[in-house]
Design a protein around this ligand. Structure first.
Ligand code: H79
Length: 439
């Protein structure tokens, strides 16, 4: 009896929601078009992350409301200053293409709760509150569809503005909201906005959730939300940045600021690699949303190498830009993106359409694979001769992707040794293509 009461108390405390089967859409079977979309996603390998919101006006990142303890009533002054008259969706998508990216994931709503689209279930949105009055997501969606780029929406489950986001979690305590609210009414609101996004913007690549971690103990009703998305657009991929093994109903798994399985940034201590398509996201400096003083830009070389390491770990790379409040993407980002595109125009065959290669990531670099070609990405120098374990078949040819010239190799029972003359070494990435004959 006592045991039963304890069990009931545990249930009431909501602890049971951490049991995996109750999280997510139990029994989910992805539709055939969803499985095809997953393959498309893996083939794409490189996308643009866009953090854009009214916070860009303050030039201090997307967490400014929480970090500076801005109350909701004060934050409500911001939309009046957000007037991105220089926003040119055709220029954005042209930059995406010049960078060699295949998709865009943009914030439909970040933690500040502000909808960057024309929501009918709230007036806390760009059309109702800003002098710009236009639905930038619709403008971008139309342009993406015109230019053959897939569009995903980042949607924050955490909300620092909505009064029904209550009980509150780990963040958003200094907003001056009343200490009351109806949690399930908030979830209804979130579902209603998701329905708007999945019905009013054409074909959507997927929904990239974030903020679950603010209330890990809460009933997020994920089964209902995920089923809604899969019903409205069966090909749309659902992913959530919850830093855990994927839940049923999710279609891809993301890693924040780390390669799959790593935890250098501290967000992924509970991330376990599942068996879904993988994606890793990273910033160009240290900020997601526009930060006017953040000068810590990564070099193009480092960004290319991150893309390569992601591909070698069988993951996509979602590289972020935080556009400015005038609607432009700052030149420091644009120039790096174009240089990455230049690199990809030569080496794209070793990235697009590949999967993580047969040789797991090594101190010297990574491998990718497409059909019976294995690409060696030599990032850090071992020696003049690179030794590999045996590949899945007998190697018939080896060439340097840079100029197509032949590379000398020997193969025996121990594996393959490839000779890489100093003159062929590339500081960024020395790429070799090895073709084998399947046995
Ligand atoms: O959208 C970008 C960021 O705004 C968002 N995710 C990327 C893609 C992000 N939110 N939070 N973080 C990144 C850092 C998270 C910090 C956390 Fe914590 C550590 C969340 C939980 C533990 C600090 C302590 C914040 C809440 C509690």
């Amino acid at each position: 009896m006592k045991g039963l009461r304890v069990a009931v108390a545990v249930l009431a405390a909501g602890l049971v929601s951490s049991a995996v089967p109750l999280r997510g859409q139990a029994g989910y079977q992805p539709a055939p078009e969803n499985l095809a979309a997953r393959r498309w996603f893996q083939d794409a390998r490189f996308g643009m992350f866009v953090h854009w919101g009214i916070y860009s006006v303050l030039g201090d990142g997307e967490w400014v409301m929480n970090n500076r303890k801005i109350r909701a009533a004060e934050y409500e002054k911001l939309p009046a200053f957000f007037n991105p008259v220089d926003f040119d969706p055709a220029a954005w998508v042209a930059l995406v293409k010049a960078a060699g990216m295949k998709y865009v994931t943009i914030t439909s709503k970040h933690h500040d709760g502000f909808a960057m689209f024309d929501s009918k279930v709230s007036d806390w949105d760009i059309v109702d509150r800003t002098p710009y009055k236009k639905d930038v997501l619709k403008m971008l969606a139309d342009e993406c569809h015109r230019q053959g780029i897939k569009l995903f929406f980042y949607h924050s489950q955490l909300d620092w503005h909505h009064p029904d986001y209550y009980p509150r979690g780990r963040t958003g305590h200094d907003t001056g909201r009343p200490e009351s609210g109806e949690w399930y009414r908030y979830l209804d609101y979130m579902d209603a906005q998701l329905e708007e996004l999945l019905t009013g913007y054409g074909e959507i690549g997927g929904i990239w959730f974030d903020g679950w971690w603010d209330r890990p103990e809460a009933d997020w009703r994920l089964a209902k939300t995920y089923a809604l998305i899969h019903r409205l657009q069966p090909a749309a991929l659902v992913g959530s940045n919850h830093h855990r093994r994927p839940n049923p109903g999710e279609d891809f798994q993301m890693f924040e600021k780390d390669l799959p399985g790593r935890n250098t940034a501290g967000f992924n201590d509970q991330s376990e690699i599942g068996d879904l398509p993988l994606e890793t996201c990273e910033t160009m400096n240290n900020a997601w949303g526009f930060n006017i003083t953040d000068r810590s830009y990564k070099s193009t070389k480092d960004l290319v190498r991150y893309l390569v390491r992601a591909a070698g770990n069988d993951a996509n790379f979602l590289l972020n830009v935080g556009p400015m409040p005038n609607g432009k993407i700052q030149p420091e980002f644009a120039s790096r993106l174009k240089e990455m595109g230049d690199w990809l125009s030569r080496y794209g065959e070793s990235i697009y359409g590949t999967r993580g290669g047969p040789v797991t990531p090594r101190p010297w670099g990574v491998t990718t694979q497409k059909g019976d070609t294995v690409y060696l990405h030599v990032l850090d120098w071992p020696d003049e001769t690179l030794s590999l374990p045996k590949l899945p078949g007998k190697v018939t040819a080896a060439r340097f992707v840079k100029d197509g010239s032949r590379a000398a190799f020997v193969e025996d029972e121990a594996g393959v040794r490839v000779k890489i003359p100093a003159a062929m070494r590339d500081d960024t990435d020395t790429v070799l293509a090895l073709t084998y004959q399947s046995s």
